[in-house]
Design a protein around this ligand. Structure first.
Ligand code: FAD
Ligand code: SF4
Length: 457
């Protein structure tokens, strides 16, 4: 009898919705050894490796799955980290359904191999690497310690360079620590991954705002190249009436207060605004995170407003399901037009209903306002999760650095910018995107830096 189960994927245990609604502990619990081996054995070992082609950092997926199937977890970890700097992170937050798992042969007729869950399993149980001496091929300064900067630094140290990250905040990790909540990505998991990188030789300097305490030009005097992985931390608003009222937040501010400053703790020095009726505007992962934080902060009702239909929701499917299980409500085809306030405080939100019209250039149906469909929802807090733009600080202090009208740095596929020896990647170039795309960009820039510096020497 064959040992391979090509039927449905093995489920991953999650905490029950009632108990998890009131704390910030992790929701998904991960596979045990037996389930991981059973899941890895579902892999067909396809010769053309479609799953690996769907991975922006090129993780050798069939090879690491084969090692898991044989119970060789340590070797599987080495395979993964030969390509990816943050496997415990990407195993948890990558949109696998549209990347590696979206390309899996088993997914054509049934369910794809749970590649992300297996990556997480392998990374969580791996022994940490032994410290390595700092490379001597050259010195590279990296601005920003999000996934782009970390991946760039990891690849550069692997190639024999000294990589020094300059981070504006007091803690490294970018959105992984200040945006994505603990219940989805525990902060100790991020810390462990960063520790693994520092033991491989990456150096991190925190509380260092490039553009303020030093400029890119000054970094170029001391380093052979500079990589800009400064992300897209500037929130966007709708520009509607009432957005300045007390009780209206950007999701960035709300999540930073909650995650980084631990505002949910009783003795926190920066308590978060407590609200009963919370409205979240937007449909991405950021909106889901804000809504699920509001539930945990004790709101009696939390409603997400999204101008398209459920089918078009950009958030990961699993996050939408978890949000629903935790009591978050959704109003699709709904567009806010005004925030209502009394004595400067939010009291509600005026909305219109939408229908979906013709497809736009990206193939998505355009939302169109339905005539005579205005209605009001009561609210004492409104959280805007509408996307973000890059912060202009670095651009303003770096002469000759070309940017697009919305502030994204202009860079080619390999991260080369308009300035010699200056590279960029991640959200700072693409606008808000995903962890794995940022990691892919950081890694490609490291390859380009190595190539360019090797030609010069
Ligand atoms: P960032 O992670 O933003 O890191 C940039 C870093 O640069 C920051 O630490 C910042 O402090 C630092 N910096 C900025 N300016 C300076 C300066 N002048 N000097 C020094 N340092 C500076 N993606 C997914 O794939 N899956 C998800 O589930 C997911 N959920 C998300 C949830 C939230 C709430 C948010 C906000 C984003 C989410 N994303 C998700 C998107 C993903 O986190 C980002 O695409 C990714 O973090 C971008 O990485 P980055 O390194 O380019 O930038
Ligand atoms: Fe295994 Fe799916 Fe990749 Fe084929 S596509 S090698 S089945 S993970």
């Amino acid at each position: 009898m064959s040992e391979r189960n090509t039927g449905g994927r093995n489920p991953m245990p999650v905490r029950d919705p009632i108990s998890r609604r009131s704390d910030f502990e992790e929701v998904a619990l991960g596979y045990d050894e037996e389930t991981a081996i059973a899941e890895a054995k579902r892999c067909l070992g396809c010769k053309n490796r479609p799953c690996a082609k769907g991975c922006p950092v090129g993780v050798p997926i069939p090879e690491f799955l084969a090692l898991v199937a044989e119970g060789k977890f340590g070797e599987a970890y080495e395979k993964i980290v030969s390509a990816s700097s943050l496997p415990a992170v990407s195993g948890r937050v990558c949109p696998q359904e549209t990347q590696c798992e979206g390309k899996c042969t088993l997914g054509i007729r049934g369910e794809a191999v749970a590649i992300g869950r297996l990556e997480r399993f392998v990374a969580d149980r791996a022994a940490r690497p032994k410290p390595k001496p700092v490379g001597k091929k050259g010195r590279v300064a990296i601005v920003g310690s999000g996934p782009a900067g970390l991946a760039c630094a990891g690849e550069l140290t692997a190639r024999g360079y000294e990589a020094v990250i300059f981070e504006a905040l007091h803690v490294a990790g970018g959105v992984l620590v200040y945006g994505i909540p603990n219940f989805r990505l525990p902060k100790e998991v991020v810390r462990r991954e960063i520790d693994a990188l520092t033991s491989r030789g990456v150096k991190i300097v925190t509380n260092a705002v490039v553009g303020q305490s030093m400029t890119v030009g000054e970094l170029l005097d001391k380093f052979d190249a500079v990589f800009l992985g400064t992300g897209a931390g500037l929130p966007r608003f709708m520009g509607i009436e009432g957005e300045n009222a007390s009780g209206v937040f950007s999701a960035n501010e709300y999540l930073t207060r909650t995650n980084l400053m631990r505002a949910y703790e009783k003795d926190s020095e920066t308590p978060v605004y407590r609200a009963e009726k919370v409205i979240v505007v937007g449909g991405g992962n950021v909106a889901m995170d804000a809504a699920r934080c509001a539930v945990r902060l004790g709101a009696a009702s939390v409603t997400v407003l999204y101008r398209r239909s459920e089918e078009e929701l950009p958030a990961r499917k699993e996050e939408v399901e978890h949000a629903k299980e935790e009591g978050v409500r959704f109003r699709f085809l709904t567009l806010p037009v005004r925030i209502l306030e009394e004595e400067g405080k939010v009291t509600g939100i005026r909305c219109v209903g939408m229908t979906l019209g013709e497809e736009d250039e990206s193939g998505r149906r355009r939302p169109v306002v339905k005539e005579g469909s205005e209605f009001t929802l009561p609210a004492d807090a409104v959280i805007m999760a509408l996307g973000t733009s890059p912060n202009p600080l670095v651009e303003r202090t770096t002469e000759g650095l070309e940017v697009k009208p919305r502030g994204e740095i202009v860079a080619d596929e390999w991260g080369r910018t308009s300035l010699p020896r200056v590279y960029a990647g991640g959200d700072a170039v693409t606008g808000s995107a995903t962890v794995i795309l940022a990691m892919g960009a950081g890694k490609r820039a490291a390859i380009a830096i190595d190539e360019d510096l090797s030609k010069e020497s």
